[in-house]
Design a binder for this molecule. Sequence first.
Ligand code: FE
Length: 204
Amino acid sequence: MPHDDPDHPHALLPPDPALRVKALETILTRKGLIDPAALDEIIDTYQNKIGPQNGARVVARAWIDPDFRKALLADATPVVADLGFYGRQGEHIVAVENTPDLHNMVVCTLCSCYPWPLLGIPPGWYKSDAYRARAAREPRKVLAEFGVTLPSETAVRVWDSTAEIRYLVLPMRPAGTEGLGEDDLAALVTRDCMIGTGLPKEPS
Ligand code: FE
């Protein structure tokens, strides 16, 4: 393999992905193919202005509004678009509901497909080789490493994201939250519970 040969020019590429991205960005900028200011704007938008708080809003609404929940599960894309959550990597959103019998978990085995308009930028572990390889093969073990232990009668279903479909897990509403409004409920919804690698927080 040429890439394994230390004398091959490709072997001089920086091993750190961040450096490789920087190199790529420099080349594309020099060729006039991208505008770094526009890139910064996109990253800032998805990192700071858009984030899991959007998805949390959707989940909280689904917990208190049965019609909304039904519509969300039937066809999530237009429902979340109505709330203003649409755009890059959010063209086809599918919501999957956790129940006492079924726990859903999301991965992208190929790369890092993720519902950006709802959850922002994917966390590093979501893009890691280990998570992508192991989520489908040994989901319970992976869940345990995230601190999630499910009853043995709860089945685990792993959804593999694609360029076409991005998933949002609708977690179960925690017990003891009957009196809470939408804002307080949304505060219990973590990013990981919408990927399926976590559970919502308990009310304090
Ligand atoms: Fe992907």
